[in-house]
Design a protein around this ligand. Structure first.
Ligand code: CMC
Length: 434
């Protein structure tokens, strides 16, 4: 991070208000450093939704929304999706470099040895209604991890933070699968150490004590890719939530839970479930026009789910990869004529040719196709956001770790533009009532 120049802020009558440094990162837009603004002028900045605000410095993920570029630690997402496994990408995000063979083996082994959850954690599930949404259960149970693992909680220790990262990466898939099993009333499946990370997760989700799970390499690869594509996305809403929660020095398991809660919303990770629900509601290609019109109608809250993104204004590079995976999975399963897939393709085609979507730069995002893939893998739509959370866990931990290690780190505390009543006295009648 270097200071390239500065900007002088002047009032309408040409009075100099202050001088603010302009900082440059490795790549991407420069930032105006407003840290001294309040001290110099008595004014705050106002930016609801943080559309022009860099909340921190970070060396993890880079996005160029105009060009449709996504880099993890400098590597393009297309190359990572093609050449790496999810666990290699996890190592990269956490450690900053891709692992060599030995490092990868040790990392995989370490995670494998932590996949079981404390047996008493099982009791938490019983407290939930069986029709509870898996994300509701996940928020409760991942939060409960903070009550179980107390031996590595010195957040200033890199070693303790690594231990927490391993525990979360290892245990979140087990918990996600348990959420699914609980909601279907089938027995929990314990992890199996001889399986890979994704095979193990699929088995815990899809096998039963009566029916073993036979991994299909194409489907395993597809889920691995889904996790890679969801692993990190810079300062998105849930990651910023984790950073804000962590900035107070809170328990890391609780901070990750805050991220899970934020991800749940339909504008964020909840979109993959919402896409499938939307496609089911549209039912048929002949009804697409009705939904396109609804999406364009300002008096109708309906939005085309899986379309649009705060940062990508040209295309979402993850959507292209997801579309490719969708095709591979449906071909493998002999489902190329799948009604849902055809409906999605047609909806995409019509929306991309529509003036409203062109003008507002609304393109399919990663969630447009991920739901169809997960559905084809036999995963119910209520589980989609939990699987997004499983992929994003590594991103949340990497950002939490980076923040704690940053010497500039302080508690996050935004200010506001107050629009409520000015100071006033309580009327006498209320005083008399006491
Ligand atoms: N369908 C119809 N209109 C839309 C849509 C959509 N999906 N998305 C945005 N618009 C319109 C919106 O009404 C607004 O119109 P106007 O300027 O006339 O008021 C304009 O486009 C800009 O929208 P915005 O809400 O101001 O943009 P944003 O950057 O705040 O929101 C978004 C981004 C992703 C929340 C939004 O595009 C959306 O709600 N999409 C559907 C939900 C979705 O697919 N979310 C997954 C995001 S990718 C996964 C992730 O990273 O979490």
């Amino acid at each position: 991070m270097t200071q390239s120049t500065s900007v002088t802020l002047t009032s309408k009558d040409s009075k100099t208000l202050c001088e603010l440094p302009v900082l440059s990162g490795t790549t991407g837009p420069d930032v105006l450093d407003v840290q001294s603004l309040y001290k110099q002028t008595g004014m705050f900045t106002y930016d609801p939704g943080f559309t022009s605000t860099a909340s921190c410095r970070s060396a993890i993920t880079y996005i160029d929304g105009e060009a449709g570029v996504l880099l993890y630690r400098g590597y393009p997402i297309e190359q990572l999706a093609e050449k790496c496994t999810f666990l290699e990408v996890c190592y990269l995000l956490l450690e900053g470099e891709l692992p060599d063979h030995q490092q990868l083996q040790a990392f995989e082994r370490n995670i494998t040895l932590h996949t079981m959850v404390h047996d008493q954690l099982n009791n938490f599930f019983k407290g939930f209604r069986r029709d509870a949404h898996p994300m509701a259960i996940m928020v409760g149970v991942v939060g409960a991890l903070s009550a179980f693992y107390h031996d590595a909680l010195d957040i200033r220790s890199k070693c303790d933070r690594q231990m927490t990262a391993i525990r979360l990466l290892a245990k979140v898939p087990t918990i996600v699968a348990m959420c699914h099993k609980y909601s279907t009333g089938t027995p929990f499946m314990y992890p199996k150490n001889k399986l890979s990370y994704v095979e193990n997760f699929m088995r815990m989700m899809l096998a039963t004590p009566c029916e073993e799970f036979e991994p299909n390499p194409v489907l395993v690869k597809a889920l691995d890719r889904i996790l890679i594509l969801h692993a990190d996305h810079e300062q998105n809403a849930s990651t910023s939530t984790v950073r804000l929660a962590g900035s107070s020095g809170a328990n890391p398991f609780a901070c990750i839970t805050a991220g899970i809660a934020c991800l749940w919303g339909a504008a964020h990770g909840g979109a993959n479930e919402a896409v499938l629900n939307m496609l089911e509601e549209i039912q048929d290609v002949s009804r697409i026009g009705i939904y396109i019109d609804k999406a364009k109608d300002k008096s109708d809250p309906f939005r085309l789910m899986g379309f649009g993104h705060r940062v990508y204004k040209n295309h979402d590079p993850r959507a292209k990869l997801m579309r490719e995976t969708c095709h591979q999975v449906l071909t493998e399963l002999g489902l190329c004529d799948d009604k849902m897939f055809k409906l999605a393709l047609e909806l995409e085609r019509i929306a991309l040719e529509d003036e409203y979507f062109i003008e507002k730069k609304l393109y399919p995002n990663v969630d447009f196709y991920s739901g169809i893939v997960l559905h084809a893998l036999g995963i119910p739509s209520k589980m989609f956001t939990a699987i997004f959370a499983m992929g994003r866990t590594v991103g949340w931990i990497s950002h939490w770790d980076e923040m704690i290690a940053d010497p500039e780190q302080k508690i996050g505390r935004p200010r506001q533009l107050y629009t409520g009543a000015a100071r006033r006295d309580v009327p006498a009648i209320h005083g008399n009532a006491v």
